[in-house]
Structure formats: C-alpha cells, structure tokens
Design a protein around this ligand. Structure first.
Ligand code: AHG
Ligand code: MN
Ligand code: MN
Length: 340
C-alpha cells in the first residue's frame, strides 16, 4: 500500500525539457514545431559540450588554442570545440537558416534557406575560467528571419533588436548543469540528469528578487569607470553589499537571478563601449532578466531596444534586480548625492 514513506522512495522525475517544449509549442505564435526542434538541437549540443567540459582536464582540450577570435581575444580550445558542436547541431538540425557566433568573424549561412529562424550564440562564455575548473556557460538567442523563406539570409536577418527575440537562454556548466530558457512566457530552469541524459524542469517560473545586496563588477577597473559608476559603487560599499564576481557572465547572472543583485560591465579604457556583446551576451540575458521581472540597460537605454549595426557590437551593461538597476541608472545620470 502506498504510504508517505513509499511515495518518498519513488518520487516522480518530473517534466523533461522535450515534454515541456512540446506542451508549450501551442503557445508559440505560428508554431509549426520548427522552434521546438531548434531548441532540442541546442539542448543536444549542450549535452555534448557538457561532456567535453567535464573531461577537459583528461583529454587535453583545456588551455589555449593558439589563435584569436573576431574580437582579438585568445581562443581557448574549448571555445573552438563548443563552437563546432553548436554550429554543427544547428546546421544539421535544419531549423536555422543563419548562425552568428562570437567565435566566427562573419554570419554563417547554413544552406537551410527553407527555415525561418536565425540563431546568435556565445558557445562558451567565461572560457578563461575553464583551466581552473570554474563554471562556464553557453548563451543562445533565436530570432525569426526578416527576409522571405527560400531566399539566402542577409544581415537584415541577424542584426535585429533584442525585443524581436522569440526565445533565449543559457546553459550553465556548474556544480550541476542547468538550462535556463525563455520563449517570452516567463523563465524556466531545467537541471541536467547526466545518467539519464535528460534535462528536467527543476525551476518553473523563475523570478528575480526586486532588489538584493550583491553587486558584480570587475572592480579592478574602477579607475577607468566614469564618475557616475564610481558613485554607484561607493553606494554599494557604503551599504556593505557583497561583491561577487566570477568572470563568467552566465554564472554571475545566474547567482543574481536566484539571490537578487546587479551585474555591471561599464565602459573602460580598453573597451570604450563596454566589453559584452549585444547579440551574443546582452540581448539574450536582457530578455531573460525582463521575463523574470528584472531589468537590463546600458545605463541610459533599454538593452532590448538597441538596433545593432554590426555583428560583434559591444555595449555597457547593467542587469539584474529591477530596483538596483534603476538606482544605478539614477546615480549614473545625475549628480545626485549618494543615498544613505
Ligand atoms: P567570453 O569568455 O565569452 O569571451 O566572455 C567573457 C566575458 C564574460 O563572461 C565575463 O563577464 C567578462 O568577460 C569578464 O571580463 P573581465 O575579465 O574583463 O572582468
Ligand atoms: Mn561571453
Ligand atoms: Mn565566449
């Protein structure tokens, strides 16, 4: 007979990502199953990348690849591996007509001209952390193409403002691997069960706290920041907020999503328009932040409103709990005294 102890022994595993996507397909505008398939392709590639990351120390794929990417940054071997895994899955899956990636100089035309989606991807975020066994991530973003199907996609298809995203998410390869997803109907978190090879819905309807006491910024760059940013950081210190900065945007964002906080990457001398890239980093996480009740701005402008003009464009970013981002904006914009 099923008593309480028995029930506890065999708790149901819950909803798989596949089932969740299938169930929610009806909510996507003009759904024909292609977006669902695209999300499945991304999830599959992430499982392969997860495996590569877990084995990185064993099979000599940690460390530098010996070349630079489109941004002049040193590529890690795993940057290259992850880029190939995701590009291949997206190309072979057949549901993306074009891909733009942080690791590729130009737009990749997949040859699937009949498909109606384009994908922007940061295949491995925080890759400089890989050698020291710290959490890294993958960020993805999906748009509908602008040009008609069955034509060759153009820059118009990939250079869209973030508000046109139909889905976005990230995979965090951390103490456990999680996929966090939005299709514009809230934010849902799935945890990977490695022995079954499945993502299970573990965090339905995630909400970021309205405010918090964590600030995440590379404070070593403080002398470079404009006075408004310095003023806000003074405020954070005065309030004895906790400084938490991993150097993997996905991991920093994920923590703040749970605990409440603000992540900032302001303009610096080295990166006069900020370091993070609109298409691969800012837009997808801005979409997730807003869907979770948070906010993302450049300090003066909503991230999702920016019309990008080049693939690898960067912007300053303030993202996280709504009240904290609004307070940062206020101190950035005006000569107001630090609020005690
Ligand atoms: P990526 O590994 O994709 O190039 O991204 C690194 C980014 C981001 O993940 C992180 O928040 C930021 O760079 C860290 O930059 P600093 O080392 O300048 O703080
Ligand atoms: Mn990145
Ligand atoms: Mn990257």
């Amino acid at each position: 007979m099923a008593d309480k102890n028995f029930e506890k022994l065999i708790l149901p595993m819950g909803t798989t990502l596949d089932r969740f996507i299938m169930r929610n397909q009806a909510h996507f505008p003009y759904a024909t199953g292609e977006l669902s398939q695209l999300l499945r392709d991304i999830a599959l590639a992430s499982k392969i990348v997860n495996r590569e990351i877990n084995r990185a120390g064993l099979i000599n794929i940690a460390g530098s690849y010996g070349s630079n990417n489109a941004h002049g940054e040193e590529q890690q071997k795993l940057d290259v591996v992850a880029n190939v895994r995701f590009s291949r899955a997206l190309r072979n899956g057949g549901e993306a007509c074009a891909i733009i990636s942080e690791e590729d100089d130009d737009m990749v035309i997949t040859g699937n001209n009949a498909s109606k989606y384009v994908v922007a991807i940061d295949p491995l975020d925080g890759s400089s952390n890989i050698d020291v066994n710290v959490a890294v991530g993958t960020i993805f973003s999906i748009y509908r193409r602008r040009t008609p199907v069955n034509t060759t996609p153009t820059m118009e298809d990939v250079l869209q403002a973030g508000r046109w995203q139909v889905a976005a998410g990230y995979i965090l390869y951390g103490s456990s691997t999680m996929l966090v997803l939005t299709t514009g109907k809230g934010v849902h978190g799935f945890t990977y069960e490695p022995s079954l090879g499945e993502y299970y819905l573990s965090h339905p309807d995630m909400r970021i706290p309205e405010t918090g006491t964590i600030y995440s910024v590379n404070e070593g760059l403080l002398p470079d920041f404009e006075p408004g940013v310095q003023r806000y950081l003074e405020y954070c210190r005065a309030k004895r907020y906790s400084g938490r900065y991993i150097g993997s945007f996905v991991a920093d964002f994920h923590r703040n999503l749970f605990k409440g906080g603000i992540f900032m990457y302001p303009a610096t001398a080295k990166h006069p328009t900020g370091k993070l890239r609109i298409m691969y980093e800012c837009n997808p996480l801005a979409f997730l932040a807003e869907q979770a009740g948070g906010k993302a701005t450049t300090g003066t402008e909503r991230i999702l409103e920016i019309q990008p003009t080049s693939l690898h464009q960067r912007v300053p970013l303030y993202i996280g709990s709504r009240q904290m981002v609004e307070h940062a904006e206020a101190l950035l914009q005006a000569e107001v005294p630090v609020r005690a």
